[in-house]
Design a protein around this ligand. Structure first.
Ligand code: SOE
Length: 384
């Protein structure tokens, strides 16, 4: 076994999820490379030190460039707001580090392309944390699609609905400011929708879309607004991204797609659903019931037809054998453990992890077309 030293940049929601994954991965998925939680980076020293103690990081660093340039660092993990992904990935690639980057890869297509070019030139491993393709149910579904279980796919549905900013008094956090996040619902949750669609049903070739901002301005957050110079300011600021994005898509395989990404669907806390309808059968998945998938077999005798619920908790299901006996369910955080396992295995075997920056650029091609269509009000081709 050998250790790989990690520098994690970011200590909030994703910093917590990634830290947990590094600590858990080798307890459940034995492997040669063992991640060492070497240094965690952030701007606020007291909060950073508290996070280091809570998550078990050896050191803290408030200058992310210094962390990236350390000779003893092997992996740089970017878990920051989107506007920092591009400069951090370019610096990490130039320093020859393997890179994990939170989704969406970048704030726009041009940045994403530069990041892909940089990691290819550096010859380092690279993965984008589209963690939902690491769900046992999603890998199981992909296997069924690839085996032809559903026949010719005709109709694909992908919806990711949340409701955390329905209240107009919710402050203007970085995810609502274009220069910090690139786009709103589209990049944050729509990127998951696109990535899963690509993973399960192949390339999307054209789209028509609508992008809506319901609440045009919000109270400035007293704290954390330093990133864009509003620190401590009172009053309101302009929302500059989409709250709700819907689009239709045409897949390369001839099937059609219906997609939604919204933060304004009350009661939907993390309602990420996938439905696939083919000539021989169908499937329906809901992240909020992530240990189950509904399957319909159209080849059964009519008297026995109907959706059945499969509990994706058997040892033969992807990743499950490392965890618990059948019926002992797993959770959201396990998807990050699976991702870290796959990333470390790819490095061990000197092959590209997935999903990687190339996959993420394919997602950005689609998101770029969605933004063009929202402006043109016409179908737009996904331009490579
Ligand atoms: C949005 O609130 C969010 O945190 C996304 O950014 C994550 O990618 C998703 O997994 C949960 O919801």
């Amino acid at each position: 076994m050998s250790e790989v030293n990690v520098a994690l940049i970011g200590y909030q929601f994703m910093g917590k999820a990634h830290s947990n994954a590094y600590r858990q991965v080798r307890h459940f998925f034995p492997g040669k490379l063992v991640p060492r939680l070497k240094v965690i980076c952030g701007r606020n020293q007291p909060a950073l030190e508290a996070a280091a103690r809570q998550f078990g990081w050896e050191e803290t660093e408030t200058d992310w460039r210094r962390a990236i340039e350390r000779d003893d660092i092997d992996i740089v993990d970017i878990a920051t707001p989107g506007y920092l992904h591009h400069p951090m990935a370019l610096a990490a690639a130039a320093a020859g580090k393997h890179i994990i980057c939170e989704k969406p890869l970048a704030n726009n297509l041009a940045e994403a392309r530069e990041m892909l070019h940089a990691v290819k030139k550096a010859g380092v491993a690279h993965m984008v944390m589209h963690n939902y393709s690491k769900l046992p149910a999603m890998v199981y579904l992909k296997n069924l699609v690839d085996e032809g279980r559903f026949g010719t796919v005709r109709h694909y549905r992908g919806s990711y609905l949340q409701d955390w900013i329905i209240n107009p008094q919710f402050p203007l956090v970085w995810r609502l400011v274009k220069k910090l996040t690139g786009s709103g619902a589209l990049g944050d949750i729509g990127s998951h929708v696109v990535d899963l669609a690509h993973f399960l049903n192949g390339p999307i070739t054209s789209v028509v879309s609508q992008m809506t901002t319901f609440i045009k301005e919000r109270p400035l957050p007293g704290i954390g607004a330093g990133a864009w110079g509003a620190k401590g300011q009172k009053g309101k600021g302009k929302v500059t991204v989409d709250d709700d994005t819907n689009f239709l898509g045409q897949f390369k395989n001839g099937s059609v797609g219906v997609f939604e990404a919204s933060r304004f669907c009350g009661g939907r806390r993390n309602f990420n659903i996938v439905e696939i309808y083919g000539s021989k059968g169908s499937a329906s998945f809901n992240l909020e019931r992530m240990n189950e998938i509904e399957l319909y077999d159209g080849t059964e005798p009519q008297s026995g037809q109907g959706f059945k619920t499969v509990s994706v908790t058997e040892s033969v299901h992807p990743y499950i054998g490392a965890w618990w006996p059948p019926g002992h369910v797993i959770g959201y955080e396990h998807t990050f453990v699976h991702a870290m396992h796959d990333f470390l295995t790819a490095i061990e075997k000197n092959r590209l992890p997935s999903p990687n920056f190339e996959d993420a650029v394919q997602d950005h091609f689609v998101m770029d077309a969605i933004e063009r269509s929202a402006k043109s009000k016409k179908w737009e081709k996904v331009r490579k």
